[in-house]
Design a protein around this ligand. Structure first.
Ligand code: GLU
Length: 486
């Protein structure tokens, strides 16, 4: 058997792709690529009740947008197919292996009906009440089992976990975990509808598909000893396990749908860039030696080492993600930025203004695309009202009276100017600044307030003039003079 690394991302098509799922997929992808191994996609659709129409398409779309190209999967045969569990079931693989376990005394048919199961002792496990099966059907004779099967009695197949001894499995982050066999339930391997449970299918599939590394959320940690029992029962070697810490929100609660940031699709809809999201997700639990933070996917492939994943819960910090997104936005090619920014510019601007120039002004200033409309709406129109206290600026040494004077002085100069380019206008105002022995800010600050009604704008006064044009500039300055004269 070759020792080539083979990882798998094994999502269940149950809805949007959560940040936690994407992190598992990313780490699986990185482990495989780092070692020139194979990254495989397997669709786990045996839980028919949880199946959501369209969810498989979301999985493909998300992996593609995130750049996590799989080497094998339902659409790319690598000789280990089928890659969809419902199709694997049709090949009879799960039943075959379940029967092998029965022959080895490691599993058994169970014919107990609902009433009997309801009467069993229950235990609360992770907040859920589950009944502990009492191995009743393990006591059936071979003849009784055969008679029941011949009579078509419904059945499940259960794992036979001994009452003595213990089972140990190894996780790369959590180390060795040992559980008393007596504490483990005889879990169902094959359900009454003939489908395998996830618990059984993941073991059979990971083994038969030669998977070497399994990365998944630590909600599977508590079931892993049962999986180990299955590997032991078959005499198979188990894969290397990496169970990932929980991802929480800023309040240290499990990241939930309510946070609005729980799925990749939500984040993309909110205007985050796929590359930034992937970069950020890589750091949810993992950090490189030098604490560097920005990585392209290729750099991650080179640097990623799963031994450096931390066990402590990873906090999903939207502020940090926004910062990171801003870094990616700044690095974008200006044309690509313009194309992506245009719909957001259009939300605020309907006049025929120079949108390319506006895009260039905001590219270095936004964190996420939805920041754009609120930053540029003043180009279209002055806010209905603004606080004239804005004209009072300590550092610029301006107050309302000095601002009024500057606006009154500048108005005729701006009325005389014909070339409304930033450079020309800056020259015109600079000569006024020099002639009167003023400071640039003393003149530009009131002009910018008058032209935008905002203390923070993505452009200086003369840049704003260039965008909005002469008529609008004159109109706004006259309005400001009126306002300050009141
Ligand atoms: N189908 C499981 C899920 O989507 C995968 C768990 C695993 O990776 O083993 O949660």
């Amino acid at each position: 058997m070759s020792t080539k690394i083979r990882t798998r991302y094994a999502p269940s098509p149950t809805g949007k792709m959560h940040v936690g799922n994407l992190r598992s997929a990313l780490y699986e992808f990185l482990i495989a690529r780092h070692e020139d191994g194979v990254f495989m996609l397997r669709i786990e659709d045996t839980d028919q009740e949880r199946f959501v129409e369209g969810a498989t398409e979301i999985i493909y779309r998300t992996l593609e947008q995130a750049g996590l190209v799989h080497d094998e999967g339902p659409d790319k045969d690598g000789g280990y197919g089928p890659y969809v569990q419902s199709e694997r079931m049709k090949t009879g693989i799960y039943m075959k292996y379940a029967k092998e376990l029965i022959d080895r005394g490691e599993a058994y048919y169970c014919f107990c009906d609902k009433e009997r199961l309801a009467s069993l002792k229950t235990e609360v496990v992770e907040g859920k009440e589950i009944s502990i099966y009492d191995k009743h059907c393990l006591g059936l004779s071979k003849e009784e089992v055969e008679a029941n099967l011949a009579a078509g009695k419904p059945y499940v197949i259960r794992q036979n976990i001994p009452n003595e001894g213990s089972t140990t499995f190894h996780d790369e982050l959590y180390g060795d975990i040992t559980v008393e066999n007596a504490d483990m339930d005889d879990m169902i391997l094959i359900k009454s509808d003939g489908y395998p449970t996830y618990n059984f299918a993941n073991v059979v599939d990971d083994h038969t598909m030669n998977v070497t590394h399994v990365v998944r959320g630590n909600e599977y940690l508590s079931s892993s000893p049962k999986y180990q029992r299955l590997y032991d029962a078959f005499g198979w070697e188990s894969p290397t396990y990496v169970h990932l810490p929980l991802i929480t929100d800023e309040n240290h609660k499990k990241l939930s749908k309510r946070s609005g940031h729980s799925s990749f699709e939500d984040l993309i809809e909110q205007g985050f860039l796929a590359e930034a999201v992937v970069n950020y997700i890589a750091l949810l639990g993992w950090s490189p030696e030098d604490n560097r933070e920005t990585f392209s996917l290729d750099e991650l492939i080179r640097e990623f080492d799963y031994h450096r994943i931390s066990k402590s819960p990873a906090v999903f910090d939207v502020g940090k993600l926004k910062w990171m997104n801003g870094e990616y936005v700044k690095a974008m090619d200006p044309d690509a930025f313009y194309e992506k920014a245009l719909p957001y510019i259009d939300q605020a601007i309907s006049k025929p203004l120079d949108k390319k120039a506006i895009a260039a002004m905001v590219q270095t200033r936004i964190e996420v695309f939805p920041d754009i409309p609120g930053m540029i709406d003043f180009f279209e129109e002055m806010p209905e009202e603004y606080d004239t206290e804005m004209y009072v600026h300590k550092k610029m040494k301006t107050d309302k009276a000095s601002s009024l004077k500057v606006l009154q002085d500048a108005l005729p100069l701006l009325e005389d100017a014909d070339d409304y380019s930033n450079d020309t206008l800056y020259g015109v105002l600079s000569s006024y600044v020099e002639k009167d022995g003023l400071k640039t800010g003393f003149v530009m600050w009131p002009l910018r307030c008058a032209l935008s009604g905002k203390a923070v704008t993505p452009a200086g006064a003369t840049q704003i003039m260039e965008i909005i044009g002469k008529d609008e500039t004159i109109k706004r300055i006259k309005e400001a003079i009126k306002l300050l004269s009141e």
